[in-house]
Design a protein around this ligand. Structure first.
Ligand code: CA
Length: 229
């Protein structure tokens, strides 16, 4: 069974091109031209991944769809937006999307991102282990995080970032390293704020005092590390 990508995009020309490239890459593609169709397709066709345009005509826009999908399932979402600033805003809102692509994009880039996100979503639970630093406990198989026994609700990216840092407490990672190796996002200039925003969100969830973090430490001029236990 080929993976099915649900493409929710109102611009027919973009949809046609993206669809063509995805099909050539071996994916099956469903196209929905507005939010209503998109949600219906999500609920009835069980896509493997959703490519979601932020600005859609009609009553349901990309944000609404993203919220609904994240609430109802684990289906990975890649958001398509027209503006770079929108991406920062979306990350700030913790929409739970797995990746973001700015228009105009090359269809090849879309195919590459789809592959990366699917690979990441499917990482086998080969490490059925528990990572622990101080009060923070991460169950890799169950993909759950508790702080002092209280379950924390992390986005997929926050979880992956935390795991990356917690595997080797004390080891310092640069922002490009975190982006490329652990979040699977190709690094280019300007992206560093993406990491900072995820770290900020993560601190708000797992640190008692996010302004004076105890676990996720900034290494000035370099990047981040998790404190050694
Ligand atoms: Ca649009």
């Amino acid at each position: 069974m080929p993976d099915t990508i649900l493409l929710i995009e109102d611009e027919a020309q973009i949809a046609r091109t993206v669809r063509l490239y995805l099909e050539q890459a071996g994916y099956q593609v469903m196209w929905a031209a507005d939010g209503d169709q998109g949600l219906a397709a999500f609920r009835h066709q069980e896509p493997t991944l959703i490519l979601l345009d932020l600005n859609l005509p009609g009553g349901i826009d990309g944000l609404d769809i993203c919220r609904t999908v994240c609430r109802e399932s684990n289906v990975p979402i890649i958001m398509l937006t027209a503006r770079r600033e929108e991406i920062d805003k979306l990350i700030g809102l913790e929409m739970g999307a797995d990746d973001y692509i700015t228009k105009p994009f090359s269809p090849r880039e879309v195919v590459a991102r789809v592959r990366t996100v699917l690979r990441r979503a499917r990482q086998p639970d080969e490490h059925s282990e528990i990572l622990q630093v101080g009060d923070i406990q991460v169950d890799l198989a169950g993909r759950t995080v508790t702080v002092g026994g209280t379950p924390m609700n992390l986005t997929r990216m926050e979880f992956d970032l935390l795991v990356a840092l917690m595997r080797y407490p004390g080891r310092v990672y640069t922002r490009p390293q975190l982006l490329e190796q652990f979040l699977g996002i190709p690094y280019y200039e300007g992206d560093e704020r993406t990491v900072d925003q995820h770290i900020k969100n993560l601190r708000q969830k797992i640190e008692t005092d996010p302004r004076h973090p105890r676990y996720i430490l900034t290494v000035r001029g370099v990047g981040y590390k998790v404190a050694e236990a």
